[in-house]
Design a protein around this ligand. Structure first.
Ligand SMILES: Cc1cc2nc3c(=O)[nH]c(=O)nc-3n(C[C@H](O)[C@H](O)[C@H](O)COP(=O)(O)OP(=O)(O)OC[C@H]3O[C@@H](n4cnc5c(N)ncnc54)[C@H](O)[C@@H]3O)c2cc1C
Length: 336
């Protein structure tokens, strides 16, 4: 089978790999000139957090996301599995209790255990939730590794190609263009996410830390060499313009409240990505006209891309109806 995949974000790259690994002849067309800054994927935090995401997501996200952890470890050796630490400042401990009620697969840590896990947080929090089986990765390095893997598998990757021409006869088309597919998938919407990259050499954290807050929950993800991603806002808007002063202030204040040494951090970059989401915030694999669409990865694209790519590849290559592929778990019918 010959397949054209449109869009080289995390979804398109994962789909191209899953197809090529099963023997399809794949071309991958990306309209941007390079991976850097091309789409939403470039600005992600890189948390692979199926259990924490239960706090605000359908259980389907955790089910699909669980599959993603192993996939990433196999294909991107730098995938870390050191868990996620969730904390709240004293006045917000109600948030921590509520988070625990809505999630699974965590243990409750006291001050000593927190200090043992993250010595830099010693004395700063009396209770935390620890999701030991969760992972994280550097999204930019991971996209680079997927690109390299695709090339190794013989995928023809072309940048600067907006895939305007219809694929040649006999080629299937798999569209993974995120929000750009809105012309066809009219129920897609944009959810703006703002983030920062900072260098804080005096802070040493080895796993993502989520700081709960009633209005401004944030997380800090270590990228190595003293660099941290601080994110992220969730704003119902598809405006892609630069970060607002208010968001910048709130993200930096939250990082500073987590550890005062963030006050001395060098701000390396501010970024904005617009997440594509369907009304129920669940992903879809859809057939429209002659093309297949993998979209609506919302705030979970790195977590979900492996599971969705596997299903899309199975459906295309085995000629099975999508609903049938999703039937592995009844809840996955909703992906059809
Ligand atoms: C601040 C922030 C933090 C996040 N943190 C996390 C996280 O910690 N964990 C997680 O799992 N997810 C996270 N996400 C969500 C994740 O980034 C997205 O779900 C994911 O990137 C969506 O990937 P995608 O491939 O569907 O879309 P995109 O990454 O947007 O890729 C679409 C690609 O299609 C290309 N394209 C568009 N039109 C065409 C065309 N006509 N022809 C060819 N190419 C085209 C675009 O240039 C783009 O490269 C975060 C998102 C944001 C914004």
């Amino acid at each position: 089978m010959r397949v054209t995949v449109r869009g080289a974000g995390v979804a398109g790259l994962a789909c191209a790999i899953e197809l090529a690994e099963r023997g399809a002849r794949v071309e991958l067309l990306e309209r941007a000139a390079a991976l850097a800054g091309a789409g939403c994927s470039w600005f992600a935090g890189g948390m692979l957090a199926p259990w924490c995401e239960l706090e605000s997501s359908d259980p389907l996200i955790a089910r699909l996301g669980e599959e993603g952890l192993g996939w990433w470890r196999q294909r991107f050796a730098a995938t870390a599995q050191r868990g996620t630490l969730v904390v709240a400042h004293g006045r917000d401990t109600g948030e921590l209790r509520q988070f625990g009620r809505r999630t699974e697969h965590f243990e409750i840590l006291g001050a000593e255990a927190i200090a043992a896990l993250e010595p830099d947080l010693a004395g700063r929090f009396s209770t935390a939730l620890y999701f030991a089986s969760e992972g994280h990765l550097d999204p930019r390095a991971a996209l680079g590794a997927l690109h390299a893997r695709a090339l190794e598998l013989g995928v023809g990757v072309r940048f600067g190609d907006d895939a305007a021409a219809a694929p040649a006869a006999g080629r299937e088309l798999l569209d993974c263009t995120g929000l750009a597919a809105r012309g066809t998938l009219a129920d897609l919407r944009g959810v703006r996410g703002e983030m920062l990259l900072v260098r804080a050499p005096d802070v040493s954290l080895s796993r993502p830390v989520r700081v709960l807050h009633p209005r401004v929950p944030v997380y800090v993800v270590p990228r190595g060499a003293g660099v941290y991603m601080v994110g992220a806002t969730m704003i119902e808007s598809d405006a892609g313009q630069r970060i607002s002063a208010r968001s910048l202030l709130e993200l930096l204040s939250a990082a500073y409240a987590l550890h005062p040494a963030f006050g001395e951090a060098e701000v390396l970059e501010t970024g904005v990505g617009v997440r594509a989401a369907f009304p129920d915030n669940l992903p879809r694999i859809r057939r429209v006209g002659g093309a297949h669409y993998v979209n609506g990865l919302y705030r979970h694209g790195f977590l979900l891309a492996p599971a969705l790519a596997r299903r899309a590849a199975l459906a295309l290559l085995e000629g099975r109806h999508f609903a049938e592929v999703m039937d592995e778990d009844p809840r996955q019918r909703r992906l059809a």
